[in-house]
Design a protein around this ligand. Structure first.
Ligand SMILES: [Zn+2]
Length: 264
């Protein structure tokens, strides 16, 4: 079954885990699920180490033994799911242009814009415009292109882990302003990087693998969704979010293509 919201998927996972636990509790204190972990930008099934769970949440292993310490309570999982859903745009990424928070984030505004008339005279008309996030060129709203910051092709683990980082689920915290403010993007303003048109040399710089590796809580969250086969739904939902969609002019978007920073 495909889930269109992370909250629905997490509710289903909690129900399923509680049911399995109740069924098995005659013989075992804990149930066990496969571990799914983000490691350096890739989500792996580390099936050699299963994760224990009970009626309250996912536990941690201490020296291979199930501990009563929670990595993630079901209540925490629900609030994380809610927070991710609040950043999601839905299946059509172009819809982000109509999102009030995104428009304000990237400074889409009515501005005076030069038009030429049939006599060759230039006059300014008020037009809805937005700066390209890379070069800063102010472009009419109708001409702006929407780039997936982490690529659509083979980027599913990357944009999922980028979302995980913004939710405090990776071993290193976000450094960008959007990731840091993900809980409340309303009111945040992002200025363009103001590089030359089409200049993407900065993507050659590496990014730290700890930013792309889940902590115990993040691993528990991914594993919960994987336990009901909903990891693919999380990845699909994380592709089109306020964190991953960036306005670019035609030239910057053409040059960027599917470039990403290497992870070391
Ligand atoms: Zn540009």
């Amino acid at each position: 079954m495909a889930y269109n919201k992370v909250t629905t998927a997490i509710d289903a996972a909690i129900k399923s885990l509680k049911y399995i636990h109740t069924k098995n509790s005659m013989t075992q204190v804990f149930g066990w699920i496969d571990t799914w972990q983000g490691i350096s930008g890739k989500i792996h099934n580390t099936s050699s180490a299963s994760l224990p769970f009970d009626q309250n949440g996912i536990k941690i292993l201490v020296g291979g033994v199930a501990s009563h310490i929670n990595a993630l309570t079901y209540t925490d999982a629900k609030s994380l799911a809610k927070s991710i859903d609040a950043l999601a745009i839905g299946s059509d990424h172009l819809e982000v242009k109509n999102n009030v928070v995104w428009r304000s984030l990237y400074q889409m505004e009515d501005r005076d814009y030069p038009f030429m008339d049939i006599n060759g005279q230039i006059a300014d008309w008020l037009l809805s415009t937005i700066p390209c996030h890379n070069c800063g060129m102010v472009v009419p709203e109708s001409q702006i292109q929407i780039d997936h910051h982490m690529p659509q092709k083979d980027g599913e683990d990357l944009y999922t882990l980028k979302m995980a980082r913004a939710q405090g689920l990776t071993t290193a915290a976000p450094s960008g302003s959007k990731g840091q403010a993900a809980a409340n993007l309303a009111g945040l303003i992002i200025h363009p990087i103001a590089r030359n048109i089409g200049d993407y040399d900065h993507l050659a710089n590496a990014t730290a693998s700890a930013k792309w590796t889940t902590n115990d809580k993040g691993t528990a969250f991914l594993s919960m969704l994987a336990s009901i086969g909903a990891l693919g739904d999380l990845q699909r939902i994380c592709k089109n979010t306020l964190l991953n969609l960036v306005p670019l002019c035609g030239e910057c978007n053409r040059v960027k293509s599917d470039w990403v920073k290497p992870i070391i």
